[in-house]
Design a protein around this ligand. Structure first.
Ligand code: GSH
Length: 257
């Protein structure tokens, strides 16, 4: 099998890549890393991915990292049967603009409720020295972890993250309205839809879909992507956070109140 995907079932960035591989019907060997145990920080993995994060794709011995780079790579090497990149250069530019926005806004913001609600008990159980050593072992997320600390993000930091997510739903709504929908850029699903999907699915999973209750275009968009043939194989059992931490749905709702 020419593709090996190093990833984690619940990792939002991994879900982007699994979706595209599944949509293209590209068989791949899946290597699952335990992120809480620190598999992503082991020396052999860091040789492939010096950022110490998932996903990493190995294709015929070549390593490709960073989920949006991987999905673009897959669209270039396997443009059929499903293609996610518009033909017109100006539309490609719009897609990439949205992908940058998504990485900067929702993909970053969604880590705050995710870590605060799901992973904090694990960190709270560590000593301060253990926690700092764990945070400092992370090439990409050191500052994020130190900012969060063992007690988690404050209520105002949580609110700021939820505000940034709300601005994302509003931006999606405007993009769908402008393009005529049902996808962000019009009639065809693109890599921009794939890029934002895991953040929206994560928020729905933790009970925060109420945040776009007034945006029917976004609600419809979520239904459409959930009905896509690549969705189920991507979100196989164990891919949702609430499957591992069932209390999160109520905890998430309480945050929004
Ligand atoms: N820009 C990277 C970010 C990857 C990333 O943040 N991955 C997370 C999971 S979604 C991770 O591996 N976290 C492990 C850690 O923080 O130690 C990408 O899109 O691939």
């Amino acid at each position: 099998m020419p593709f090996t995907l190093y990833n984690a079932p619940q990792s939002t960035c991994s879900q982007r890549v699994r979706f595209v591989l599944n949509a293209k019907a590209l068989p791949f060997e899946e290597v699952k890393l335990d992120l809480l145990a620190g598999d992503q920080l082991k020396p052999d993995y860091l040789k492939m991915n010096p950022n110490g994060v998932v996903p990493t794709l190995v294709h015929d011995g070549d390593v490709v990292i960073d989920s949006n780079v991987i999905t673009e790579y897959l669209d270039e090497i396997a443009p059929e049967p499903a293609n996610f990149t518009p033909v017109a250069p100006v539309k490609r530019a719009c897609m990439r603009t949205l992908m940058h926005f998504i990485d900067e806004m929702p993909a970053a913001a969604v880590r705050v409720p995710t870590f605060n609600l799901a992973f904090l008990p694990r960190f709270a159980a560590m000593s301060e020295d253990e926690f700092v050593a764990f945070a400092e072992s992370k090439p990409l997320r050191r500052e994020f972890m130190l900012a969060m600390g063992r007690k988690g993000f404050s209520q105002s930091e949580m609110k700021a993250a939820l505000d940034r997510l709300r601005r994302t739903y509003e931006r999606m709504d405007r993009e769908i309205e402008k393009s005529g929908g049902p996808w962000l850029l019009g009639e065809e699903i693109t890599l921009a839809d794939v890029a934002v999907m895991p953040a929206i699915v994560r928020m729905a999973d933790i009970g925060l879909d109420t945040m776009w209750a007034d945006l029917p275009r976004v609600r419809r968009w979520l239904e459409m992507i959930q009905a896509h043939p690549a969705y189920q194989p991507t979100y196989y059992p164990g891919s949702l956070l609430t499957e591992r931490f069932p209390h999160l749905r109520e905890a998430g709702r309480a945050q929004a109140r």
